[in-house]
Design a protein around this ligand. Structure first.
Ligand SMILES: Nc1nc(=O)c2c([nH]1)NC[C@@H]1CN(c3ccc(C(=O)N[C@@H](CCC(=O)O)C(=O)O)cc3)C=[N+]21
Length: 300
C-alpha cells in the first residue's frame, strides 16, 4: 500500500509560512504583498477557485482584490484593466483566471501582464527564464508538485521522471523543474507510442493529461512516487445520485489500483490542488520581494 501524500496538510503549512513572511515583509519594508485576481464570466467552478484564492490570500495577511468582469466585456476592456494593475504599486501579483471567453485571445492577454507581476508564470518571459535557468516566476501547479516530491523523497537526482501531458501550464514547466533537479525527464503525451510501457520506467510519475483515471495500476513501477494533477468531474458512483446529475472529482490516475503498487501517491481531491493555491501566495511574495529589489529569502 502506498503512502498517501497529504497535500492539504502541506498546503496549510506553506500558507502559514507565507503568512509569516508577509508579516515580516510588512515589518521590514512597510509593504504588504498584494494579489489581484481577475475573472471573466460566471463559470461556477472558476468562481469557486477564485473565491478560494482571494480568501486564502486575505487569511495569510495579503492585500487581496478580485475583479469580476461580465462575459460580454471586450478584450480591450480587459487589457485596460491589466494595464492599470501593471501600474498599481499596491499590486505585486496579477492572475487572470483561465479559460477566458472564446472571443478573447488568451495569449494576448497573458502577454499584457507585467512579467514581474505574473504570479501564474504563464508569460513567455517567465517560461523562457525558467527554461534557461534564470530567476523566474514558475507556474503554481508544477511548483506545488515539486514541493511535494521534495518532501517525499530524499533525493531527486538521477531519478527517472515521466510527465504525462505537455501543456504550457503544467507539463512543460514540470519537466523543466524536474530537469533542474537532475532527474532524467521524459515528456509523454497522447501520441506517445506504448504509453503504459513508458510510464513503467518512472520513479516519479506526474499525470497531467486531463483524462479521468486514464493511468492504470499496471502502468506504475512498484514503489514509484505518483503525483496526480488531474481534476475531472465524473458521474457519482451511486447510480441514483448520478441520475440526478451528481458528480465526484477524480484524478488522471486510477487511484484504487495505483495505491496498491506505488510507493507514495497524491489523492484527488486533497493532493496537488490545495498546493496550487498555496504556491500562488508564495509566488506573490517572491514577486513583491523582487519588485522591492529585495532577496525573497530575506523574509523567511
Ligand atoms: N490563471 C489561472 N491560474 C490557475 O492556477 C488556474 C486557472 N487559471 N484556471 C483553473 C485552474 C484550476 N486551478 C485549481 C486550483 C486549486 C484547486 C483545488 O484546490 N482543488 C481542491 C478541490 C477540488 C474539487 O473538489 O473541485 C483539491 O484538489 O483538493 C483546483 C484547481 C487553478 N487554475
Amino acid at each position: 500500500m502506498a503512502r498517501i501524500i497529504d497535500g492539504k496538510a502541506h498546503a496549510a503549512a506553506l500558507r502559514e509560512e507565507a503568512g509569516r513572511r508577509a508579516r515580516r515583509m510588512l515589518e521590514l519594508t512597510g509593504v504588504q504583498p498584494g494579489l489581484s485576481v481577475v475573472i471573466v464570466g460566471d463559470d461556477p467552478a472558476s468562481r469557486l477557485y477564485v473565491k478560494n484564492k482571494g480568501e486564502q490570500a486575505a487569511a495569510a495577511g495579503f492585500r487581496s482584490e478580485t475583479h469580476t468582469l461580465p462575459e460580454t466585456i471586450s478584450q480591450d476592456e480587459l487589457l485596460d484593466l491589466v494595464a492599470r494593475l501593471n501600474l498599481d504599486p499596491a499590486v505585486h501579483g496579477i492572475l487572470v483566471q483561465l479559460p477566458l471567453p472564446a472571443h478573447m485571445d488568451a495569449q494576448a492577454v497573458l502577454a499584457a501582464i507585467d512579467p514581474a507581476k505574473d504570479v501564474d508564470g504563464f508569460h513567455v518571459i517567465n517560461a523562457g527564464r525558467l527554461a534557461v535557468g534564470l530567476p523566474a516566476l514558475v507556474p503554481c501547479t508544477p511548483l506545488g508538485c515539486l514541493r511535494l516530491l521534495k518532501a517525499e523523497l530524499d533525493q531527486l537526482k538521477g531519478l527517472e521522471a515521466v510527465v504525462v501531458g505537455r501543456s504550457n501550464i503544467v507539463g512543460k514547466p514540470m519537466a523543466q523543474l524536474l530537469l533542474q533537479a537532475d532527474c532524467t525527464v521524459t515528456i509523454a503525451h497522447s501520441r506517445t507510442r506504448d504509453l503504459p510501457q513508458v510510464c513503467r520506467r518512472a520513479d516519479i510519475l506526474v499525470a497531467a493529461v486531463g483524462r479521468a483515471e486514464m493511468i492504470r495500476g499496471d502502468w506504475i513501477k512498484p514503489g514509484a512516487t505518483v503525483i496526480d494533477v488531474g481534476i475531472n468531474r465524473v458521474p457519482s458512483r451511486d447510480p441514483a445520485k448520478a441520475a440526478e446529475g451528481k458528480t465526484r472529482v477524480v484524478g488522471d490516475v486510477a487511484f484504487d489500483e495505483a495505491v496498491e503498487v506505488a510507493g507514495a501517491i497524491t489523492p484527488v481531491p486533497g493532493g496537488v490542488g490545495p498546493m496550487t493555491i498555496a504556491c500562488l501566495l508564495d509566488n506573490t511574495l517572491t514577486a513583491a520581494a523582487r519588485i522591492l529589489e529585495r532577496d525573497p529569502a530575506e523574509f523567511a
